[in-house]
Design a protein around this ligand. Structure first.
Ligand code: FEO
Length: 399
C-alpha cells in the first residue's frame, strides 16, 4: 500500500491484503486492507498496526516518512489480531512513551501479549491527549467490534479514526469513497455489517446517537479496513442507522438446500405464491452461495423462508452450517417460516423452527413438511404460505 497523505502531516501507512479469502469464516472475496495511520506532530503517533504478515508493508511505509523508532505514541483502537498482530514488533522497535488504549483494551492487550511493562495509557470516553498542535479525543465503542474497541477523533482535522466501524473488506488501490463505485462500496459495507456488527446492533445504535450528540465536525472517517470516507459520510452514517434499527425492504428470501429435488420443488412453489404480490424475491440455494454472503442478504430482508430436507434426523449440512452462523448474528425484525421434504422421521422443519423461535423472529406458519416427493396438494400448501407471506410484506410497504 503506497503511503498517502490524507491531511497535512497525516498519512495512511497500512497494508493491502489482496489474497485473503477467509476472515474467521467471512468470505472476503475482494480481499481487504489493514489501515494504520501516522500523525506527525510534536508527539509522533501511530494509530493501530496491521496483521502480522503485513508488517513489512507497514514498516516500509512508515520509513518513507520517518524512522519508526521516532514514534512517541501508539494508539491501539482495537486488539483483534488484524490490527494488533504487529504490535509486539512495533513496541520493540519504537519503545514508545505511551501505548494508548481503552480500559478493556489494556485487559485484552495483557491477555494477548502478556507484557505488564508496556507503558499503557488508559483513556476513557471523553478523555483527550495532546499531540502538540493537535488533540486526540477518545470514545469507547464496546462491541464495535470487541469490548476493547474505541474511536479516536483528531479534533483539529475533523478525522474520526473508527477502526472496525464504517469499514468493509475490500482491497483497492483507491483510497477514498468517491474514487470507487458507491453501490459496490455499500454492498460490501452491508456484508461487513451483517457478518461483524449485526449482533451488536443495539450498541451500534447508541454509538450513532452518541456521535450525533457530540456534534463532531467530521470531515473524514478513517476506518481500519477499506476506503476513507470523505464524500459519502452521510450515506454510511444513514446506512448504520438503518441497519442497527432493523429497517427492512420488501425483500423476501427463500433459502434452501435440497437432497433429491423435493425441497427444491417446495421452494419454488413458495416462490410462486410470493410473486403474486408486489415483493422482491431471492431464491438462494445454499449450495451456490457462501453463508457469509447469504447473511448479507438477510440484513435488509423482511422475511426469510427456510427449506431443508431431513438427513440423519437433522438438517442438510449447508443449512445446518448457515442457520447456526445466522443464530450467532442475531437477526431481528423478520418474518420467518420453514419447510422441507423428509423420508421417515422429518426433524428438519422442527429444528429450523426452534432456531427461528429462539431468535424471536415472527413465525408466520407452523412449518410445512412432506414425505418424499411433494404432491400437488403439498405444493399448493407451499404456494399458499408464500402467498400469505408475500401479501403481508407487500401490505407493510403499501402507502
Ligand atoms: Fe478488524 Fe475486529 O477486527
Amino acid at each position: 500500500m503506497a503511503v498517502q497523505e490524507i491531511a497535512k502531516g497525516i498519512y495512511s501507512v497500512g497494508a493491502r491484503d489482496w489474497d485473503i479469502r477467509d476472515m474467521h469464516g467471512y468470505s472476503t472475496n475482494r480481499g481487504t486492507t489493514y489501515n494504520a495511520y501516522l500523525i506527525i506532530d510534536k508527539k509522533i503517533t501511530l494509530l493501530d498496526t496491521v496483521k502480522h504478515y503485513c508488517m513489512d508493508q507497514l514498516l516500509e511505509n512508515i520509513r518513507q516518512i520517518i524512522d519508526p523508532a521516532k514514534i512517541d505514541y501508539i494508539v491501539a483502537n482495537h486488539v483483534e489480531m488484524d490490527h494488533s498482530g504487529g504490535l509486539t514488533q512495533m513496541m520493540e522497535l519504537c519503545k514508545p512513551e505511551k501505548l494508548i488504549c481503552s480500559p478493556m483494551g489494556k485487559k485484552a492487550l495483557l491477555d494477548h501479549f502478556h507484557h505488564e511493562e508496556w507503558p499503557y495509557e488508559v483513556v476513557k470516553s471523553g478523555n483527550q491527549i495532546s499531540l502538540g498542535k493537535r488533540t486526540l479525543q477518545f470514545l469507547e465503542t464496546r462491541m464495535l467490534h470487541w469490548p476493547d474497541s474505541m474511536f479516536s477523533y483528531l479534533k483539529e482535522e475533523g478525522i474520526l479514526f473508527s477502526n472496525d466501524a464504517f469499514a468493509e473488506h475490500l482491497c483497492t488501490s483507491e483510497l477514498y469513497d468517491d474514487e470507487i463505485d458507491l453501490s459496490l462500496l455499500m454492498q460490501e459495507c452491508g456484508k461487513y455489517y451483517a457478518n461483524i456488527l449485526y449482533p451488536y446492533s443495539g450498541l451500534v445504535k447508541k454509538v450513532m446517537e452518541t456521535v450525533d450528540e457530540m456534534n463532531l465536525d467530521i470531515k473524514m472517517i478513517a476506518p481500519d479496513h477499506g476506503v476513507i470516507w470523505r464524500k459519502h459520510i452521510d450515506t454510511i452514517f444513514e446506512a448504520y442507522r438503518q441497519w442497527s434499527s432493523g429497517t427492512a425492504s420488501k425483500k423476501v428470501l427463500v433459502i434452501y438446500e435440497t437432497m433429491w429435488d423435493s425441497t427444491r420443488k417446495m421452494a419454488f412453489a413458495v416462490e410462486k405464491g410470493l410473486l403474486e404480490n408486489d415483493v422482491s424475491v431471492k431464491m438462494i440455494n445454499l449450495k451456490t452461495m457462501h453463508y457469509s454472503d447469504v447473511i448479507a442478504e438477510v440484513l435488509d430482508a423482511r422475511a426469510i423462508l427456510l427449506g431443508s430436507s431431513t438427513l440423519n434426523n437433522g438438517m442438510l449440512p449447508a443449512m445446518n452450517n448457515f442457520i447456526y452462523y445466522m443464530k450467532g448474528l442475531k437477526p431481528f425484525n423478520k418474518l420467518a417460516a420453514s419447510f422441507g421434504s423428509f423420508g421417515w422421521s422429518g426433524e428438519a422443519v422442527g429444528l429450523m423452527n426452534g432456531i427461528l423461535e429462539g431468535l424471536k423472529l415472527e413465525l408466520v406458519d407452523s412449518g410445512i413438511k412432506h414425505k418424499y416427493v411433494p404432491t400437488e396438494e403439498a405444493l399448493e400448501a407451499c404456494t399458499e404460505m408464500g402467498r400469505r407471506v408475500g401479501a403481508k410484506v407487500a401490505g407493510e410497504f403499501t402507502v
